[in-house]
Design a protein around this ligand. Structure first.
Ligand SMILES: [Zn+2]
Length: 271
């Protein structure tokens, strides 16, 4: 293989991937040139599962964190789930954290209390990152407008001298990306970049400078064309890479070289 890329955001701990399937999944990724997989924990249950997958497989690294959609069912001192593992060499960053104003508040919560807890958790993920010398993987999502994105940016600003953030599955136009890059952050692109109706994301793909973005699947979600709607897996990072190389008018090898540089600069990964 003349190039190698990283799936910088997947969820190998998801119930959609049976544990016995993982070796074959990694083999298919390797065969497609996807030599490194970064799997993100999301809730109380899956921190250790993701870490174990990273410890068991050379290609896999883990990020530890609580997804904004899980803050209501996570203990108040969520740091106690994460902090003990941060010295492990297979932990690559803090996440998935962030703000999700898209999904309705769960029973017993309203938007105000739910979002306030998300903001508190996000801030404390940044604090963990600062203490441990790692970076942060952020999810934002809105029903309309960009409130979760702007709020996450406001919190990031307080930490941006010491910590870098990647705004994953980047949804917006180049002006939004610019706000992240100005703070020293990164964005990453999923299979959405291959969708026909994704003109705003494609405009961002074309506009952002080298070394400002990474590639990801967010698998098992968001399978790129021609697998749209099916279960996604890390090997499909290759399809997104091909589409983005084409949109940027670059050779795949060139895109791979630059995005790998961004990955090594952002995540605590060996090699
Ligand atoms: Zn995710």
């Amino acid at each position: 293989m003349s190039f190698q890329i990283t799936d910088s955001h997947c969820h190998l701990g998801s119930a959609k991937f049976a544990p016995e399937e993982i070796p074959a999944l990694i083999e298919r990724a390797t065969a497609a040139g996807v030599r490194r997989l970064i799997t993100l924990a999301t809730d109380e249950e899956d921190q250790e599962r993701n870490l174990r997958l990273a410890q068991e497989h050379n290609e896999v690294f883990a990020c530890l964190g609580i997804h904004p959609c899980d803050v209501h069912q996570t203990r108040d001192d969520f740091e106690s789930l994460i902090a003990p593992h941060l010295d492990d060499p297979k932990v690559a960053a803090i996440g998935e954290t962030g703000l999700d104003y898209f999904h309705p508040a769960p029973g017993g919560w309203n938007d105000d209390t739910y979002h306030a807890r998300q903001r508190d958790f996000l801030r404390r993920h940044f604090e963990l990152a600062r203490t441990s010398g790692m970076n942060v993987v952020i999810h934002t999502r809105d029903r309309a407008g960009h409130a979760s994105f702007e709020d996450a940016l406001t919190i990031y600003r307080d930490f941006s001298d010491d910590v870098r953030a990647v705004f994953h599955c980047f949804p917006g136009p180049p002006e939004m990306a610019e706000k992240v890059l100005t703070l020293g952050g990164l964005i990453s692109f999923t299979g959405i970049a291959t969708f026909k109706n994704a003109s705003e994301v494609v405009a961002t793909v074309k506009a952002v400078p080298d070394n400002s973005f990474m590639l990801e699947t967010d698998s098992p979600y968001l399978a790129p064309t021609p697998h749209r709607g099916q279960r996604c897996e890390p090997a499909y990072t290759r399809l997104t890479a091909e589409a983005i190389a084409c949109q940027r008018g670059e050779a795949l090898e060139e895109l791979a070289r630059k995005t790998e540089e961004a990955v090594r600069g952002f995540f605590r990964v060996t090699a």
